[in-house]
Design a protein around this ligand. Structure first.
Ligand code: AHG
Ligand code: MN
Ligand code: MN
Ligand code: MN
Length: 332
């Protein structure tokens, strides 16, 4: 019973946000409003995803994004839904999205917040009915409200996040987020259209025996990573790699495990994007007692220099992140 913490399992997201609103400094409710906007958009996207096979929003959209990836229709649809919800919510002045080459300036002279998002993570899994997700980070702008958006509003290190979260469209749809005071998970009840608190105060196991890495790329990886993967096999660990970072991350957070997307010959800076994949999940990981590095340093310490810059990502149970670091140090 979590009544001691002021809430009980089963409380709705709206009620929970209200209760916790008193927790953070700028309790004026703006951040709460952004979380509600994101939750609303995720309900709409959830419905589109669940019908994708029946409507014609499966398959490719017919254009390539700045990542060099062929955009799926749902990538574009999700991008529009989240952008529209955040625009209507009125609290956000700029959005960085995986699916938009440039910063989206919402021309909102009262918006104090910047959102970085991966509207749909795991796009290659859309048409084969495998779990996919949405990832987001929320920052306060650093230049005066109402003035033109500047690079320093956008290029903020992950330590500056005021909130981060993800939606997992899986066997059930969950919203998991942090505002810097722990991690809480909410499960969507379709028939009521509400998220209910189902996973209060998530704490990741300190160690684990599940490793998530695309072993098809092993020949392109540094020896330190190869040696770590071999050590996992010697210890009879389980290999679990879904192709959707959000799904692998969520399972590892609850059960213990590590997700690795290292630098490869093809992706010398790694594949995952710092602003709206690595930073968001790194904030959640650390708030849940886990770790996230680029192989050398904390993800949250990295000073971004480009909107869609990529980073190697080692994220999950602290002991496992430390272990792989040891293997990589031996190699240097
Ligand atoms: P996105 O679909 O948003 O572009 O991200 C996909 C990412 C991540 O979700 C997943 O773990 C990884 O790409 C899979 O990459 P590989 O297919 O190279 O393993
Ligand atoms: Mn993509
Ligand atoms: Mn992604
Ligand atoms: Mn994506």
């Amino acid at each position: 019973d979590h009544s001691a913490l002021g809430y009980s399992v089963g409380v709705t997201l709206d009620r929970f946000i209200k209760i916790k609103q008193d927790d953070f400094p700028f309790a004026s409710g703006e951040l709460s409003q952004i979380l509600r906007d994101i939750a609303l958009a995720s309900k709409i996207v959830n419905r589109e995803i669940n019908r994708a096979g029946l409507s014609n929003i499966g398959g490719a959209f017919g254009s390539t994004n700045i990542q060099g990836e062929e955009q799926q229709k749902l990538d574009v649809v999700a991008n529009i839904r989240f952008t529209r919800a955040l625009t209507k919510g009125g609290e956000v002045c700029a959005i960085v999205s995986e699916e938009d080459d440039e910063v989206i300036d919402l021309q909102n002279s009262s918006g104090k917040y910047v959102v970085a998002m991966d509207p749909l993570d795991g796009s290659s899994n859309i048409d084969v009915n495998i779990s996919i997700g949405t990832i987001f980070s929320i920052y306060r702008r650093v230049t005066p409200v109402g003035s033109p958006i500047q690079p320093e509003d956008i290029m903020q290190e992950g330590n500056k996040q005021v909130a981060a979260g993800y939606v997992l469209y899986g066997s059930s749809t969950m919203l998991v987020y942090t505002t810097g005071k722990g991690v809480n998970g909410f499960t969507y009840e379709n028939s009521l259209g509400e998220f209910f608190l189902s996973h209060p105060n998530i704490q990741a196991p300190k160690d684990g025996n599940i490793y998530s890495i695309n072993e098809g790329l092993t020949s392109q990886m540094q020896n330190g990573v190869k040696n770590y993967v071999e050590s996992c096999k010697k210890r009879n660990f389980s290999a679990r790699y879904i192709g959707s970072l959000v799904a692998d991350f969520h399972r590892n957070l609850l059960k213990g495990g590590i997700y690795i997307y290292p630098k490869t010959n093809k992706a010398p800076d790694g594949k995952l994007r710092l602003l709206y994949e690595a930073n968001s999940l790194a904030f959640i990981a650390e708030q849940a007692g886990a770790k996230a590095t680029n192989g050398e340093e904390r993800i949250l310490n990295i000073q971004p220099t480009a909107l869609h810059q990529r980073t190697p990502l080692y994220i999950g149970s602290g002991q496992m992140v430390d272990d792989v670091y040891q293997f990589m140090k031996e190699e240097i």
